[in-house]
Design a protein around this ligand. Structure first.
Ligand SMILES: C[C@H](O)[C@H](O)[C@H]1CNC2=NC(N)=NC(=O)C2=N1
Length: 91
């Protein structure tokens, strides 16, 4: 059970490069090659499954957009922040 974060908490804890978009946090990772993005998404998927907390990921040309929210709580929680940090560590 993760509690919803307040606006101030989100602002304070949002990792560098991430932005808030309503009830989601979002980052677009950029890559030199399409398949690098595909590989990143696969790795992120494994981390997400390990955490059992799942992002929406859109794989584009040399970029991957990652969106996180906690559906069970209807907003942004620690789980989203922590998973964002783990995704950043994949880079
Ligand atoms: C039952 C519930 O759907 C599961 O506990 C997990 C699965 N993955 C999830 N992923 C995300 N982003 N939010 C959730 O609330 C969530 N819940």
């Amino acid at each position: 059970m993760a509690d919803l974060l307040s606006d101030d908490e989100i602002e304070e804890r949002l990792p560098e490069e991430w932005e808030r978009d309503g009830d989601e946090i979002v980052r677009t990772y950029e890559f030199d090659a399409y398949l690098d993005g595909v590989g990143f998404a696969a790795g992120a998927g494994g981390v997400a499954q390990d955490a059992f907390h799942h992002p929406e990921m859109t794989i584009g040309w040399r970029e991957v957009e990652v969106r996180l929210t906690t559906h069970d709580e209807g907003g942004i929680t620690d789980k989203d922040i922590e998973l964002a940090e783990r995704f950043d560590d994949l880079q």
